[in-house]
Design a protein around this ligand. Sequence first.
Ligand SMILES: [Zn+2]
Length: 301
Amino acid sequence: MVVFHSFDKSERFWMGNKMNEKIKNFLAGVISLIILAAIATLYFSSILDIDNTAVAYFNQPQQPIQNSSCYFQLPKDSTIILRMDDVQEIFVENVSYNITKTIFDKNFSVTWGLIPSRINKNIQNFVAENENNPNFEVAQHGTYHTVNEYQNLTENETYNLMKIGYDIIVKKIGIIPVTFIPPHNEFNNYTISTAAKFGFKLFSGKESVLKNYGDIFDLGYTVDVKSEKTKELIPAEDVVQTCSKSLNLTNACVILFHPQDYSSSDFRNVDEKKYKIFADMLDGLKQLQAKTSTFEGLLTC
Ligand SMILES: [Zn+2]
């Protein structure tokens, strides 16, 4: 049986008080939530701002990450730099090691343009074995090495992309690179200025460029061993001759080549015929009686 209860005055008063209290509690809850939400927003926005803060920090004039007292000057004596781009895992990996060993056997130096996103254990081991070798340098060659990777980026895009590659090299290779090589030798002003802010001292891009930016020096390549037109290897004596002319003019000669220039069609091994041209080139360069150095080896610190 349902009993209908009729409330008396005091009961209604009590209930009214109870309702007021509920509303008060509800409002207090809402206000607390608003305050909490505001605090959380401030907190999380400060976390989310970290990247922008870092970018803003990098946009300010500041001390580079690396030793700021090091700088590049054109060498006082004739010096040859061998720049091997596109060192990476699997694809042409063995060819890269063979070429590097031949270079060492013939008492030359080499700078590897290493693709950060394509580093494997073998590459890590090879670098570790040669970390104290003054004839060996690892330069950062882009990040993922997509086509003209750095050419059309904004300043922030450049910073973010360069940082990914830079961090990989520092973490996986355990060195702080001082030379930056943009893929396909394509870049814009932000590439140079951002590289300088990261502490890179040397930049190697387009052909025959010698440009001092203060914090960073662009020392482009002197001669590419492969003809852009025919895609064939240039005769060794022609490379040596171009290099000789550059040494007479500037004391520097940067020879650009890729492991794939000397590889078999499956990229796994050295092509003996092409490799002979490489060895002949090194022997011809020897005749120039120039010094040999990595890019890094030419820094004055
Ligand atoms: Zn490349």
